[in-house]
Design a protein. Sequence first.
Length: 215
Amino acid sequence: MASMDDAVSWARGLDELTERIAPRFVRVEPRRRATAYLKGLLAPVERKNGWQLAEAAGDATPDGMQDFLSRMRWDADQVRDDLRAYVVEHLGDPGAVLVLDETGFVKKGTHSVGVQRQYSGTAGRIENCQVGVFLAYTSAKGHALIDRALYLPERWAGDPLRRAKAGVPDEVAFASKPKLGLAMLQRALTAGVPFAPRRPAAAAPAETDRPKADG
């Protein structure tokens, strides 16, 4: 069971992290929203949706939280780099391991970026979902995610109208999941993330070997 000292240490660590990323937000309001959003994600909230995260932040409606997520501007890649540096400072180890994996996020609708019927490793079957590729840093001191990319299927990438409606930037082109993973590894190497190269395990099924789905 966590002690009061543990709780104080965790709170101090969160404050340190939010202070690090604060300069990436131009105004005070989005900085406060970013802090409240992070605290909500870490809180024992049953569902991490706009309403419950807003309630956890003390808001009467989800408007402020939704506005932060949909309309506030910040450089997400710079925040990613700040997070990676923070993780290396606290968990860095020459014997660490970099772990690449994908995760499926089941969806009911058709408007979320990249959503379609496709193979989800999380569900172990074809589902209507988004798929994200993630890079984790794991050492004897702990583990944390340090990079991410949303997979944009070819059908999405080649549909200008759908891209425009969903707000997909023009510079985002189709890239396979292995290519997204290689880009993450290259960013980690370029940033000097310490780790011990390991012999690769048996390869996972190639995308072409998995069950086919829409698009």
